[in-house]
Design a protein around this ligand. Structure first.
Ligand SMILES: *Cc1c(COP(=O)(O)O)cnc(C)c1O
Length: 252
């Protein structure tokens, strides 16, 4: 495996282990099992070597936001680690997707976090119907997805409007090749730490209501980033997406 410079690699490992411990501690503090919250290490803008370094520590879940970068990195990680170990790595797509990009992501990520329109969901469903099998270990042709909700009602932010979340969920739940697993949200940029709590709480109440209305379990809540993942866990997050606190600051 091509290595990072050892000093850099040691710092990365240490930051990762600290975040992992904080996630576990926050889960325990909210009365949940340590493994009830999965840590998605957000590797966008960081090299495949950094992903391989954490995978060698046994961490196998990574998140990416940009399609071309993600697909290239998946290949690079496989070739750095070798096919078998490389295939243990699971990738989540966490970024915004234009509906015309649906064809590039389905079957290539074990979870897509940010479905936010009927058009995008329909394009995914249509594409999946054309694929022979997925490459992610999910049942053939089935793609796990979350719906992103614009929880801060921000005009520039992606995500379905709060008022439309239930009806989009209902539509997605009826698509045979999409498996709706829950919701994702991002509070407004400046609402970090405890200021993010009401947004996370609101997201959870929306999830509970939609679960009730559809009569199906929606187990996942993807919420919480470097500045607020502990608050998100306290409100029921099952997936936290942490980039900066693990990999360091991004130039881009
Ligand atoms: C970049 C990104 C993250 C990680 O943010 P950090 O503040 O670096 O932890 C989480 N979620 C999404 C959707 C992102 O695009």
């Amino acid at each position: 495996m091509a290595m990072m410079e050892e000093k850099q690699a040691a710092a990365l490992r240490q930051r990762f282990l600290e975040v992992r411990d904080r996630v576990r501690a926050a889960a325990r503090a909210s009365g949940r099992q340590e493994d009830a919250v999965a840590l998605v290490a957000v590797s966008k803008t960081h090299p495949a070597e950094a992903v391989a370094e954490l995978a060698a520590l046994g961490h196998t879940l990574f998140g990416e936001s940009y399609v071309q970068e993600a697909l290239a990195k998946q290949e690079a990680v496989c070739s750095l680690m070798g096919g078998e170990a490389g295939r243990q790595v699971q990738w989540h797509f966490i970024g915004h997707l234009q509906s015309k990009k649906a064809k590039d992501v389905v079957g290539r990520f074990s979870l897509i976090h940010a479905v936010d329109s009927l058009k995008l969901a329909q394009n995914m469903q249509n594409r999946l119907a054309m694929l022979p099998v997925t490459q992610t270990g999910a049942p053939a042709g089935v793609q796990d997805v979350l719906i992103q909700v614009n929880i801060g009602r921000e005009p520039q932010k992606s995500g379905v409007a709060i008022e439309d979340a239930a009806s989009l969920a209902e539509d997605v739940a009826q698509m045979p090749l999409l498996r709706l697993q829950g919701f994702m949200c991002m509070p407004p940029f400046h609402c970090t730490g405890d200021m993010a709590t009401p947004f996370f709480e609101h997201m959870r109440t929306i999830r509970d209501a939609v679960e009730h209305r559809l009569g199906m379990p929606l187990p996942h809540l993807s919420m919480g980033m470097s500045h607020d993942f502990e608050q998100a866990i306290a409100q029921g997050a099952t997936l936290v997406r942490v980039g900066t606190d693990i990999f360091g600051t991004r130039d881009a």
